[in-house]
Design a protein around this ligand. Structure first.
Ligand SMILES: [Zn+2]
Length: 404
């Protein structure tokens, strides 16, 4: 047999979920669907001079996965643009510093929209996404990953709401003042939510924000499910029974989430999809780059994008990056959809925050997900639910439940 044919045949047998062929029909259908991703970490890049969201980048050459040209190519109509804060000390001084930095990121997101009014539009309510897409623009919803910058004064959340934030992720990789993290090496401190965390859940309900439990410890997720008046979202998480990692959620809890009306948006970050050993040397370099980036921001001397790229590329040259495959990622859709159905699953691939798999390493390639869903037998209406309907339903419910 011809070698190419043999390779193709083997690829088909070995890759039952992923197919590199996307028909015109699927591409057209993908264009008709409203496509949103619930976790875009791109704002980290907006802070670095030299990064231009309207320019086409390449991954991995310049470490970028989201920009306007590739969003248009991949039919991504927008999503939640994240105000991310890494976890630091729980002191009033630290709260004041990170609050400043979080609002700076919020302003950068708003500036991206005001600098490019024909391309982007700020989205504040569930109905905005379709209207914005019909106008040929990209939706920019804002979300918080890690409520740490709120400090102990919950009225700061009103200020975040005022600048446009509509989703609140309580915690990141370490426990904070509100909740336990799924990955804190010290284990849980609060056995779920702290007393202040419980108040924060209610405050987010009162404001009409989606509550995001990605990164939260299982106990915290469970408590959010029972406390919140609005169903909980996992904005970028995975299924533990597909790959056992603390960042992924087990079937029993996923069913509780589903029964409350909640949704899991599936994450494509490699280390949550398969066992990837990261050498200590790389971890150390990675930490230094992130520390220098954060310090530069605090000292008003932000790291230049070209320096960021240069340092990342040098790190990966020394310690090559191992990627998961699209099959690893799609296995979470396969399981999540079988377990929870098409009304409780969506997409939050963690672009520009560590997401991306070998065959789908930037947003231009997301029609692969639509192709998989179509092959699995879902019609365009189901696929629309998965790509945006479920996420927007939660926002609509949050709006409905807000304190009138
Ligand atoms: Zn995250």
């Amino acid at each position: 047999m011809h070698l190419v044919l043999l390779t193709l045949l083997l690829a088909t047998i070995c890759n039952p979920l992923y197919s590199s062929e996307i028909s015109e029909e699927i591409r057209e259908s993908h264009k008709r669907v409203l496509v949103l991703d619930s976790h875009l970490d791109t704002p980290i890049r907006l802070a670095m001079p030299g990064f231009d969201i309207t320019e086409r980048h390449e991954h991995p050459a310049d470490q970028s996965q989201v920009d306007l040209p590739r969003m248009l190519e991949g039919g991504l109509d927008g999503g939640f643009w994240v105000i991310y804060t890494s976890q630091g000390e729980l002191t009033e001084t630290a709260y004041a510093a990170v609050k400043k930095s979080a609002f700076r990121t919020g302003n950068l997101i708003r500036k991206m929209v005001s600098d490019h009014p024909n391309e982007f539009s700020l989205a504040l309510s569930a109905d905005d996404a379709k209207r914005i897409a019909d106008n040929g623009k990209i939706s920019v919803y804002m979300s918080i990953e890690n409520a740490y910058p709120i400090g102990t004064d919950l009225s700061v959340l009103d200020q975040f709401y005022a600048i446009g934030v509509r989703m609140l992720g309580l915690v990141h990789v370490k426990n904070n003042q509100f909740a336990d993290s799924s990955t804190d090496p010290l284990g849980p401190r609060w056995n779920g939510l702290s007393p202040l965390g419980r108040q924060l859940v209610q405050k987010a309900n009162d404001l009409g924000m989606i509550i995001d439990a990605s990164h939260a410890h299982d106990l915290a997720l469970e408590q959010m499910i029972s406390l919140s008046r609005t169903p909980i979202l996992l904005s970028h998480s995975g299924c533990k029974s597909v790959f056992d990692h603390p960042r992924n959620v087990g079937d029993e809890l996923l069913l509780k989430l589903k029964n409350q009306g909640g949704v899991i948006q599936l994450n494509s970050l490699g280390a949550y999809l398969k066992t990837i050993e990261i050498p200590e040397g790389r971890k150390a370099i990675y930490k230094t780059i992130l520390r220098d980036r954060a310090l530069g921001e605090i000292n008003n001397q932000p790291m230049l994008y070209k320096d960021f790229v240069h340092r990342f590329n040098a790190m990966y040259k020394r310690f090559p990056k191992e990627m998961a495959s699209l099959d690893h990622y799609l296995a979470h859709f396969e399981h999540g959809l079988d377990l929870m159905g098409s009304k409780a699953v969506g997409v939050g691939a963690d672009w520009d925050g560590g997401g991306g798999v070998a065959e789908m390493n930037d947003v231009s390639k997301i029609p692969y997900i639509t192709k998989f869903l179509s092959d699995k037998g879902y019609d365009e209406k189901d696929i629309n639910d998965i790509w945006s309907g479920n996420l927007l339903r939660l926002l609509r419910q949050a709006e409905f439940n807000k304190l009138k």
